[in-house]
Design a protein around this ligand. Structure first.
Ligand SMILES: Nc1nc2c(ncn2[C@@H]2O[C@H](COP(=O)(O)OP(=O)(O)OP(=O)(O)O)[C@@H](O)[C@H]2O)c(=O)[nH]1
Length: 601
């Protein structure tokens, strides 16, 4: 097939989570003949187990399909994007390879926080937006109102908004026509030296690194020597192809085409997403505009529950990093927990996913410390430090200014819930910015909040406060100074480094009291009395005591009641996996995370 860019369209689907992107993508494949009815039902695009279970797309994918409109054959390249707020970064990098995007909105749920956020990402990337209401087969669909919401939030013309069903396929032929009519064809220079944008990469046991590219200028050919411009490395192209959705090999990819390159690249770290591929001989002078590095915003320590599994954990992390270059890890030593790793993630959901994959794929049992953010600290000596581990925070006397990251958060909620959301944010040291009505009953409330106050449970709190109807989105704003202190915990007189947290001074006393109380509940009684203290520097601000176990209590527990005994044993077995011996005291995984709950207002 000739690669006339005139007949190529590159686009993404952007939507709020669960608004039906994957289903629509599959429907596009079905209606273009790329997959069969049976395959359609099997949800082809989400091939990771975890994704399927959780119903979210984690990694961006690119699929090429061929569609004939009015006798002309078109190549349509669909680049799938994740919808969750943690994965903004992946959305932007996928969008950079496109000229257009389908903005998909669930016709019953209406505009949600990530509908707005993702639409803005597409607009910022100068893409043509094709708005479509999805799930119009549903009884609860309310197309007219939702069109109005799209108009009020994004200013898109209601008359141009399509209505489709990814499930039944209704409206999809018209969607194809609109995509072809409205999205501009790629406009590269066929004669110029090769420039291809790397928008994703994936590790594969057989081929090494598979690089996803969009050719901007020139042509890439099998056998050609190429250079990755940022890294400066040269490789020979040993394979090229497209996903349709199965791998289909080809000899070359021309202007505007999207496909994959195999070139004997050994490790994911050798490739930088956003880099430009050019020819090794007489290549392009100037690279394409790359994009930002992913920024890890949440950190936590991961420690093997048993001491001898450190190397296993390292192996497991390295393996995972082969396919996810957006999380980081480095060795960390904790007095309390021994050897482990400090890991950085794009957000809370990302953290949860990584942890689950680790446990699932490597049979490790892990102890996780409370997540925290990175702090910017200016010392009395004038140095600026970035600290993502509370135990590394200098003593109070050495700190000139203590700064924490802030985010601007948009809550899209029913107007009835404005009050609860405001209370939620005020309790979390939020600064109110504004309220915008998108319809008389739905609003966007904007706050600026310390990131540390958001990472644990803000999302869950929002969901329960709005009975599931509220959604949120955030963008990082940078660091701001605050009166922050490190709160330490001493168990039986020893500081347990893994329990240290950073808190605002005004909340420290209350937090300290709650924390020791919570720990008292979480730590089992021992044969001796255990004191639990919260301290700032050397000043103890709260204390609880776990009294010693009396012999006859155990005797009773392990006595006649057989079901109770069994339950106890089971619980013990379960708990054992995640217990850590700290000095003479056993501390459970729950206790390590309880520092978070103690943060709740
Ligand atoms: N009735 C109806 N249900 C749909 C339609 N499209 C998707 N769904 C359902 O909506 C849910 C979410 O669909 P997905 O395609 O997984 O949504 P998604 O946007 O890809 O989700 P993420 O990748 O997690 O963002 C699934 O239960 C689908 O079966 C539709 O047109 N009609």
């Amino acid at each position: 097939m000739a690669h006339d860019p005139k007949f190529i369209r590159n686009f993404s689907i952007v939507a709020h989570i669960d608004h039906g992107k994957s289903t629509l993508a599959d429907q596009l494949l079905l209606q273009s003949g790329a997959i069969s009815q049976r395959e359609f039902r099997e949800q082809l695009l989400d091939d990771m187990d975890l994704e399927r279970e959780r119903g979210i797309t984690i990694k961006a994918r690119a699929v090429s399909l061929h569609y004939t409109l009015d006798g002309q054959k078109y190549e349509l390249n669909l680049i799938d994007t994740p919808g969750h707020v943690d994965f903004h970064y992946e959305v932007s990098r996928s969008l950079a390879a496109c000229e257009g995007a389908i903005l998909l909105v669930d016709a019953s749920q209406g505009v949600q926080a990530q509908t707005v956020a993702n639409a803005y990402l597409a607009i910022a990337g100068d893409l043509t937006l094709v708005a479509a209401l999805n799930k119009i087969d549903m009884q609860a669909a309310r197309p007219d109102e939702v069109k109005e919401e799209v108009f009020n939030t994004l200013g898109l013309d209601p008359d141009e908004i399509l209505a489709v069903s990814g499930k039944t396929g209704v409206g999809v032929p018209e969607l194809f026509r609109t995509l072809i009519d409205r999205i501009p064809a790629p406009s590269g220079d066929q004669k110029a030296p090769l420039r291809a944008l790397i928008f994703d990469s994936k590790y594969n046991d057989y081929q090494g690194v598979v690089v996803y590219v969009r050719v901007v200028d020139g042509t890439i050919r099998v056998g050609q020597k190429i250079k990755l411009m940022a890294m400066g490395q040269e490789y020979e192209v040993i394979g090229l192809g497209q996903f349709r959705p199965r791998e289909v090999a080809c000899d070359e990819l021309g202007v505007g085409q999207v496909g994959f390159v195999v070139a004997n690249i050994k490790q994911l770290v050798d490739v930088r997403v956003g880099d430009t591929i050019t020819a090794a001989h007489r290549g392009a002078e100037k690279a394409l505009a790359g994009y930002k590095e992913p920024s890890q915003v949440v950190y936590c320590g991961l420690f093997p529950a048993t001491h001898n599994q450190f190397e296993d954990l390292r192996t497991a992390l390295q393996k995972l990093a082969l396919n996810d270059s957006s999380f980081t890890f480095e060795p960390e030593t904790s007095d309390a927990l021994g050897f482990g790793f400090r890991c950085g993630f794009l957000g809370m959901l990302h953290m949860e996913i990584v942890q689950q994959r680790l446990e699932r794929e490597s049979d490790l049992s892990l102890v996780q410390t409370a997540p925290n953010v990175t702090y910017e600290i200016v010392t009395r000596k004038g140095e600026t430090l970035y600290v993502s581990n509370p135990t590394r925070i200098p003593e109070p006397g050495e700190i000139e200014e203590f700064r924490e990251p802030y985010a601007r958060v948009n809550f899209l909620i029913p107007a009835d819930n404005i009050g609860v959301i405001m209370t939620l944010c005020e309790e979390r040291r939020g600064d109110y910015i504004k309220t915008d009505y998108i319809t008389p009953t739905r609003v966007i409330v904007t706050y600026e909040l310390p990131l540390a106050e958001m990472i644990y449970d803000l999302y869950d709190k929002l969901k329960s406060a709005t009975r599931g109807f509220g959604t949120m989105d955030y963008e990082l704003l940078g660091f701001r100074p605050n009166t922050l202190v490190r709160l330490d915990v001493l168990v039986a007189g020893d500081r347990v480094d893994a329990l240290s947290v950073v808190v605002h001074r005004d909340f420290a006393d209350r937090r300290g009291r709650k924390l020791v109380k919570k720990l008292k509940e979480e730590i089992d009684r021992h044969q001796f009395e255990v004191a639990i203290q919260a301290a700032i520097g050397s000043k103890v601000i709260a204390r609880e005591t776990i009294s010693a176990l009396r012999k006859n209590v155990t005797a009773k527990c392990y006595g006649g009641d057989i079901t109770r005994k069994r339950k106890l044993l089971e619980k013990q077995k379960e708990g054992k996996k995640r217990m850590k011996q700290v000095g003479n005291v056993e501390i459970s995984q729950e206790a390590f995370l309880s520092v978070l709950e103690a943060g709740e207002a």
